[in-house]
Design a protein around this ligand. Structure first.
Ligand code: FES
Length: 78
């Protein structure tokens, strides 16, 4: 699923970057360009990071279980 439309970045690509050692939102922005254009994908990128298990102190998400239950599209539909 595409998470960042502006940069055509999928959740799979974000997960791959995290698996390769990227462990902060800033690094994802630098490596993939997510949330560097319109910025609307930031919350979704952080959701993917949380689902992947990047800890709250690094990604800034404190409630992983609540955030992880809704996808980008589910939030948009709500
Ligand atoms: S959707 Fe990611 S910067 Fe616009």
């Amino acid at each position: 699923m595409i998470v960042c439309v502006c940069k055509s970045v999928s959740d799979r690509k974000i997960r791959a970057s995290i698996a390769e050692g990227v462990d902060s939102f800033d690094e994802l922005q630098f490596e993939l360009g997510v949330a560097t254009c319109c910025g609307k994908c930031e919350e979704s990128v952080r959701d993917v990071m949380a689902q992947t298990g990047v800890c709250a102190s690094r990604c800034g998400v404190e409630h992983h279980t609540q955030v992880a239950t809704l996808t980008f599209y589910e939030r948009k539909a709500a």
